[in-house]
Design a protein around this ligand. Structure first.
Ligand SMILES: Cc1ncc(COP(=O)(O)O)c(C=O)c1O
Length: 373
């Protein structure tokens, strides 16, 4: 491993450098406004994102994890209920289900997109299934048309985990607008990243929007301030919303830049013994993470580290082997694909501010590992 990583895996500071002036102006506006909680910045951001997604409303919350928990609570998911999701995901997807007292039911993924395999649902569904929680992993949409058809035909709700896929589409329609609820994270390295924590829930139907607004603020309902439900305190911060308002206007360009770099990588690696990301015909992949697979991924990882190139593994341990997450989970069928790919995956640097020189270094680094110039 080189002492100095000169091509980091992610670089959120560089990603926002061109917007720095606008961001500082927006932050000063908040400081001067005196409206520090659920003020005009949060309301404006919720309206703008809601219009972009084409949903009834968006409710800004404290993080992507809170978005998932509150979405489940808004559907009144709790002890005795089951929620179907995947084991190959970031831990918070499953932690959120555990936090409500419901049972996670873990199913396998498609080997092409690494997202929930709709063919696994039949064996997983039970009379206790209250919701499905597909994850649009790495920025590629899960097969929502199939998942929603299966779920909605049985009266089961769909919550989309869009933390890694903001701006991804299926047949031109944005993810987050297919299920009853769509959950977003604004963790700084995400496609729409804040300068701190933040999250949001997109909801279809006035009742869900209203319920989420109460749940994020103690369960209060105005004007009486009576606690109508057991709520939380999880509000999108006004400062973060001001930053997100600046960045939302540039999200399309940022995603296009990610897609451009992904195309370049795909071409440069086409002759190598690597499994490259796929983009399903009707889908738009937003490349939050560029993940390749190889049976030599550990050696490739070391080789790139030696060249000062940052890499990652998303994720080195599937949820079902992590004691802190897997407790109480039901696993109706073997997770064969999940267990096969976990030792093969490697994430390469890809983000909007990655310079041409850095892109060339990643490409050369990978190619020289396989003995190609
Ligand atoms: C798929 C997925 N779900 C949920 C989360 C949780 O988001 P946050 O870190 O904002 O709580 C993340 C972020 O790491 C994620 O990648």
């Amino acid at each position: 491993m080189s002492d100095k990583i000169t091509v980091p895996l992610a670089d959120p500071r560089a990603d926002l450098a061109s917007l720095r002036g606008d961001i500082l102006t927006a932050l000063a506006r908040v400081v001067d406004s005196g409206a520090y909680i659920l003020g005009p910045e949060v309301a404006g951001f919720e309206r703008a994102l809601s219009a972009q997604l084409g949903v009834t409303g968006v409710v800004g919350v404290g993080s992507g994890t809170d978005a998932l928990v509150l979405a489940l609570l808004a559907l009144e998911v709790g002890p005795g209920d089951e929620v179907i999701t995947v084991s190959h995901t970031a831990g918070p997807t499953v932690a959120a289900i555990n936090m409500t007292g419901a049972t996670p039911v873990l199913v396998d993924i498609e080997p092409s997109t690494y997202c929930l395999d709709p063919a696994a649902l039949e064996a997983a569904v039970s009379p206790r299934t209250r919701a499905m929680l597909p994850v649009h992993l790495y920025g590629h949409p899960a097969d929502l048309p199939s998942i929603c058809e299966f779920a909605h035909g049985r009266g089961i709700a769909v919550i989309e985990d869009c933390a890694q896929a903001q701006h991804a589409t299926i047949s031109g329609r944005m993810v987050g607008s297919f299920g009853e609820l769509g959950c977003f994270s604004f963790y700084p390295t995400k496609n729409l990243g804040a300068v701190g924590d933040g999250g949001a829930i997109a909801a279809t139907g006035d009742k869900l929007v209203e319920r989420l607004r109460r749940l994020r603020t103690y369960g209060w309902a105005k004007p009486q301030y009576a606690e109508l439900a057991l709520g939380r305190c999880s509000r999108l911060d006004e400062m973060q919303a001001a930053i997100l308002n600046v960045k939302l206007g540039h999200l399309g360009e940022a995603v296009e830049q990610r897609r451009k770099i992904a195309r370049l990588y795909n071409e440069a690696f086409a002759d190598l013994p690597l499994t490259l990301p796929v983009e399903r015909e009707d889908c738009r992949h937003v490349y939050h993470l560029y993940v390749v697979r190889s049976d030599r991924s550990a050696a490739l990882d070391q080789h790139l580290g030696g060249l000062g190139i940052g890499t990652g593994r998303h994720y080195p341990f599937p949820v079902h082997v992590q004691p802190g997450l897997a407790f109480g989970a039901r696993i109706p069928a073997p997770l064969t694909v999940t267990e096969t790919i976990v030792g093969e995956i490697l994430t390469l640097p890809l983000y909007p501010s990655l310079s041409s020189e850095q892109q060339a270094r990643v490409i050369n680094g990978v190619r020289t590992f396989f003995g190609k110039s």
